[in-house]
Design a protein around this ligand. Structure first.
Ligand code: ADP
Ligand code: MG
Length: 283
């Protein structure tokens, strides 16, 4: 599969990149990747916003914001006309803000069906942001529903976490079909920024076999960095912290820092490539 980067780097004020973390399977590491990649990027002075678009609210909980103290969040952003600035909250981590998942988001799916510009509610709201974020990460629900569709339309590109397991590639056909359909109808520049292998166990020969298959399927889209299965990663959310804050030295934290650096390098290489296209380079 050829690597074609999207030149559509500008979709709100400044040059913010909007990445949706998507895979319709649950438990593959979407939320863990959103939280920890966001933290690693914030640690290198990027201004980052997480949009918790999953009614389960795991990103909000994992960043230390319990359900009771959430207030207005993603639902109010999409339906009540509140702005990013109205609903974004600071987190424990400097440079990292979050739009939490609100209780009403669970009913949003049904409500969207009859809402005007139902596919564009999230994009319209994020585009109006006047805050200069460098990166927005949308943590998607485990389904290809209307909320996920909103995220795919709001995003410049996608991050796809794949859990290293026998059925890792199962469901990828429907995800790729959905991406094609979104491109054709709503967001022509949508692309996969990268596929990240999660919960990798190097002692298990299955991991190597799955990695080989995924790299054969997605080619250069797959990040070199793989996220190991690491108990510290799974403990961190119950402390309301990203693993980078919970245990910086553990293998999971180190891997997420590598992933952030790989993403930054890809972005820099992309900008370099685009220098010959002045109208894009200035975006
Ligand atoms: P998703 O958002 O795709 O549903 P999560 O990020 O919530 O997936 O991860 C599912 C479960 O796996 C969570 O309990 C999480 O703590 C755990 N987990 C995720 N990544 C790792 C990892 N690298 N090592 C160990 N456990 C992990
Ligand atoms: Mg999740």
């Amino acid at each position: 599969m050829p690597v074609s980067q999207s030149p559509n780097a500008k979709n709100n004020s400044g040059s913010c990149r909007v990445l949706a973390v998507v895979n319709q399977k649950g438990g593959v590491g979407k939320t863990t990747t959103a939280i920890n990649l966001a933290t690693a990027m914030a640690a290198v002075d990027k201004r980052v916003l997480i949009v918790d678009a999953d009614p389960q609210g795991n990103a909000s909980t994992g960043l230390g914001i319990p359900r009771a103290s959430r207030g207005a969040g993603c639902y109010e952003l999409m339906f009540d006309g509140l702005s990013v600035e109205d609903v974004a909250q600071p987190t424990l981590i400097p440079n990292l803000s979050i739009i939490t998942s609100s209780a009403d988001l669970a009913g949003a799916e049904i409500q969207l069906v009859t809402t005007e510009r139902r596919e564009f509610r999230m994009k319209d709201a994020l585009d109006r942001s006047t805050n200069n974020y460098d990166l927005m990460l949308i943590d998607c629900p485990p389904s290809l529903n209307l909320i996920t569709l909103n995220a795919l339309i709001a995003a410049n590109a996608l991050l796809v976490p794949l859990q290293v397991e026998f059925y890792a590639l199962e469901g990828m056909t429907s995800l790729l079909q959905t991406i094609d359909a979104v491109r054709a109808r709503f967001n022509p520049d949508l692309d996969i920024e990268g596929v990240v292998l999660t919960m990798y166990d190097k002692r298990n020969s299955l991991s190597t076999a799955v990695e080989r298959d995924v790299r054969a399927y997605f080619g250069e889209k797959v990040f070199e960095t793989v996220i190991p299965r690491n108990v510290r990663v799974s403990e961190a959310p119950s402390h309301g912290k990203p693993v980078l804050l919970y245990d910086l030295k553990c293998s999971g934290s180190q891997a997420y820092m590598h992933l952030a650096s790989e993403l930054l390098k890809r972005d820099a290489a992309f900008r370099e490539d685009m220098r010959d296209f002045p109208e894009v380079a200035s975006a």
